[in-house]
Ligand binder design. Structure first.
Ligand SMILES: Nc1ncnc2c1ncn2[C@@H]1O[C@H](COP(=O)(O)OP(=O)(O)OP(=O)(O)O)[C@@H](O)[C@H]1O
Length: 572
């Protein structure tokens, strides 16, 4: 894991080394002050050497000016380096998310994923920036002080430094507890974010059901859990902070007493005594910094572990030897053979499904809700993997094609229409990025959307609102159909494509879809059976499997489930 973390510094090598160099010079600059003070007290004042006092005071001033410039560099460029590392990690995690299978998003809440990308990475980059610098400055100062103090008096220095292992022991003891506490707070932050995301996305439903109080209660519950988790973490932090502060005070105290004894015994001079106290009070600073680093390390490394958890999720990979699907193959027959599928390796949703859709033909799936129609459609573009059996397109198992090329040849109008925040034009163009305006207009015309768009003040540049809230269900559906017209794939999946349209529009859309389906292999899911009467094959799918299969007339003659469904809808 540490190797992965360090890997993110590579592109920032120059900034990192410049930052470290500045930190080194700052640390060395700090070491000068007690030495200069010592010389002034011990040598220049007793000898009344005003000239050297002025010289060294000027040197000190110069050192401070240099330090100010270097501190500016460390602060500014150090943070720039941190934010670049953060952007790099975000890009990696976002790219990886794009490659994760549907199942990952079924199992993980959006808010939790967002929290990992936003909050956790913030902590990680704080560590990435301050961590090495704090560690470096502190170690240089401790080592420098040790060497200089040994130069003044070795036994006294050894007494002072003998206390350091006590500090290390203290830190080590509280480390595991802090680690655990920070992990819990990260998780709770994710939960609060998830609750927030869920509530705001569903605010219209909450208002419609007058469930404002319920939503507030749910949120408060999560918020309380968050406060409790944070409080636990702060408790450990408080203990950590109090004990480490006590340790530094004790160190100060010991040095004062020990140095005073050495002074009485004549082992050191007054100048040495002052220099000692100054160095010790100065190296308390790196000790504090090191202790703060431990806190920051805990927070940052917990965030990085959570980042790695996402990065370690197996992405959708093509099978070895997978080849791009060609246009000819995409126009071939589709066959489902002995397909079995469950979402959780437990409840079988699809059992031994055998289906054949001739090239350019339309197969319609009907049946009771929850029978697995949508699931079956999702298996064709490999949104989920089969438990058993195979699906072939153009005589080849779909696993032998690259996923990208497979999905490129399939157009889907889904049950849940998702529009991206942006304009109508952007949303239609999503069907084929880079399409020309003429092509977009043509697609809109074929989806019976063009006249409606022109009636809007901003036409194709009309803003659809978040997830398309400013449009009606039918309008959204027609945009999603226009997208598929634009994509123009040889294979179509139409899942309830016409359910949200009024009768007149539905009729027009049916004509457009019929035209689009011409020469394309189409899988349609429809509840309104009037829309699929002309399908080449109709399959009645139930939780027990395929119950009936045939064309409209044959199924009506059979007088089974289909006939019953059709007659009841016809009666309506
Ligand atoms: N992502 C998922 N994770 C787990 N179970 C799921 C998931 N999606 C659907 N299911 C379950 O699979 C079964 C089949 O659902 P599916 O949506 O395929 O049915 P359907 O025939 O299309 O229903 P409808 O006609 O109501 O749209 C249902 O029991 C559903 O609860």
């Amino acid at each position: 894991m540490l190797k992965k973390f360090i890997g993110y510094y590579k592109p920032q090598k120059k900034l990192f080394f410049a930052d470290m160099l500045c930190a080194l010079v700052v640390a060395v600059c700090d070491l000068f002050y007690p030495m200069i003070t010592r010389s002034i007290i011990q040598d220049y004042v007793p000898n009344k050497n005003l000239r050297l006092i002025i010289v060294w005071a000027s040197v000190l001033l110069g050192i401070y000016l240099l330090k100010a410039g270097l501190n500016y560099f460390i602060q500014y460029y150090g943070h720039v380096m941190g934010v670049r590392i953060q952007a790099h990690m975000r890009k990696d995690v976002f790219t990886h998310l794009q490659k994760l299978p549907f199942a990952y998003f079924d199992e993980n809440k959006t808010g939790v994923i967002m929290s990992r990308i936003l909050n956790d990475l913030m902590e990680v980059t704080e560590l990435a920036h301050h961590g090495p610098e704090d560690l470096f400055i502190s170690l240089i100062m401790l080592l420098g002080s040790f060497i200089i103090l040994c130069g003044i008096n070795v036994p006294l220095t050894l007494i002072v430094f003998a206390l350091l292992p006590v500090g290390v022991f203290l830190v080590a003891k509280l480390r595991t507890r802090m680690n655990h506490a920070f992990r819990v707070t990260r998780e709770k932050t994710g939960e609060v974010n998830a609750e927030l995301e869920n509530s705001i996305s569903g605010i219209r439903v909450a208002k419609a059901f007058t469930n404002k109080e319920g939503e507030i209660r749910k949120f408060e519950h999560r918020n309380r859990e968050f406060v409790e988790a944070r409080s636990d973490a702060y408790k450990v932090m408080g203990q950590f902070s109090a004990s480490t502060n006590f340790f530094t005070d004790a160190l100060n105290f010991t040095v004062l007493i020990a140095a005073a004894c050495f002074l009485f015994a004549g082992a050191i001079t007054v100048g040495d005594f002052v220099a000692y106290l100054l160095y010790v009070s100065m190296f308390l600073n790196p000790i504090r910094r090191l202790l703060a680093f431990v806190e920051q390390f805990q927070e940052g490394i917990t965030g990085f572990k959570r980042f790695c958890e996402i990065m370690d999720q197996p992405e959708e990979r093509d099978d070895p030897g997978a080849v791009p699907m060609g246009d000819e193959e995409a126009r071939g027959d589709i066959a489902f053979e002995g397909v079995r599928f469950s979402y959780d390796n437990n409840t079988q949703i699809l059992r031994d499904i055998d289906l054949h859709i001739g090239s350019g033909k339309t197969l319609a799936l009907v049946g009771p809700s929850g029978g697995g129609k949508t699931t079956l459609c999702h298996l064709l573009p490999r949104f989920y993997e089969l438990d058993d059996g195979s699906i072939q397109i153009g005589g080849r198992d779909i696993r032998q094609y690259t996923r990208h090329s497979l999905r490129e040849h399939i157009g889907i109008v889904q049950q849940d229409i998702f529009l991206f925040t942006g304009t109508i034009r952007d949303n239609i163009a999503y069907g084929r990025l880079g399409a020309t305006d003429e092509e977009i207009v043509e697609a809109a015309k074929r989806a019976n959307l063009h006249d409606f768009i022109l009636s809007l003040d901003d036409g194709y540049d009309t803003y659809v609102g978040e997830r398309g809230v400013r449009l009606s269900g039918g309008q959204k559906q027609r945009i999603s159909i226009a997208r598929v017209f634009l994509k123009n794939p040889p294979i179509l999946i139409l899942d309830e494509a016409t359910s949200a349209l009024d009768n007149a529009t539905e009729h027009l859309i049916q004509e457009s879809l019929a035209e689009l389906s011409q020469g394309r292999t189409t899988l349609v899911v429809a509840h309104r059976l009037s829309t699929i009467k002309n399908a080449d094959e109709i399959v009645v799918l139930t939780p027990e499997g395929i119950a009936e299969q045939g064309n409209h007339h044959r199924l009506l003659e059979q007088g089974g489930i289909y006939a019953e469904l059709y007659n009841s809808q016809f009666a309506e």
